[in-house]
Design a protein around this ligand. Structure first.
Ligand SMILES: NC(=O)c1ccc[n+]([C@@H]2O[C@H](COP(=O)([O-])OP(=O)(O)OC[C@H]3O[C@@H](n4cnc5c(N)ncnc54)[C@H](OP(=O)(O)O)[C@@H]3O)[C@@H](O)[C@H]2O)c1
Length: 198
């Protein structure tokens, strides 16, 4: 199975490290092009390679690790999101002071879903810092709990299989409407929680 990672910052690289280690084929991209990713790809090793955003978007599962303010640009770069399984680790914060974006009472993932028309969105990997996400998911003989939610059962099953394979303990928080509000930073109760399942 191929995983496309759009965004090569802290979260994109932390996720990439785990999925490469687990043996997945990975195409990672950013805004500056494949040449800027030579060092990162070398460090990742395994079946990782750099590509364009469009190439990342051809994968079986797409991990969309860009800042909220860059979301609409990326959304428009891909002509057809229909049917694509997309993992959304995005927190709706806006620089320079990282205040929460205007969401009109909706979960941020509902807004992301609206922009990626027809995508099968699963919100996950958004509640840890890049440092914690990138560290070993095993702690004190247990597995670090990782929350996920979404409206498409098949997409959730696929993402859960990735979560399992890379060594986290996945916990389903429900639909996008319910779960994303729980997972959402800075307004939800789950970000920053470091729970270990024994
Ligand atoms: N940092 C955290 O503590 C944390 C925790 C949980 C969740 N998150 C969420 O995870 C997401 C990523 O965060 P991060 O800290 O990894 O951000 P980051 O370090 O700023 O990295 C963002 C990445 O997005 C890429 N990008 C920007 N515009 C793009 C475009 N049009 N096409 C392709 N790539 C583009 C950037 O590429 P270039 O460098 O080439 O511009 C960069 O590689 C954010 O939504 C954030 O809210 C962050």
């Amino acid at each position: 199975m191929k995983i496309g990672i759009i965004g090569s910052g802290g979260i994109g690289q932390a996720f990439a490290k785990h999925v490469v280690k687990a043996g997945y084929e990975v195409i990672i991209s950013n805004s500056r092009g494949a040449d800027s990713l030579n060092e990162i790809v070398k460090q990742l090793g395994g079946k990782a390679r750099a590509g364009s955003v469009s190439e990342s978007a051809t994968a079986d599962v797409i991990f969309l690790a860009v800042q909220w303010v860059h979301l609409s640009t990326v959304a428009k770069q891909i002509s057809n999101w229909a049917g694509k399984i997309v993992i959304d680790p995005i927190n709706p914060v806006v620089p320079p002071d990282y205040k929460i974006a205007e969401l009109r009472g909706r979960a941020s993932s509902e807004v992301v879903q609206e922009m990626l028309v027809g995508a099968k969105l699963v919100k996950a990997f958004n509640t840890f810092t890049p440092q914690l996400l990138g560290s070993s998911p095993e702690e004190n003989g247990g597995k670090r709990v990782l929350f996920y939610c979404g409206d498409d059962d098949a997409a959730k099953t696929m993402v859960k299989s990735i979560i399992d394979k890379i060594g986290f303990a996945g916990v389903d928080t429900g639909t996008l409407k319910q779960g994303a509000l729980l997972q959402q930073y800075p307004s939800g109760p789950l970000p920053g929680l470091n729970l270990i399942k024994l």
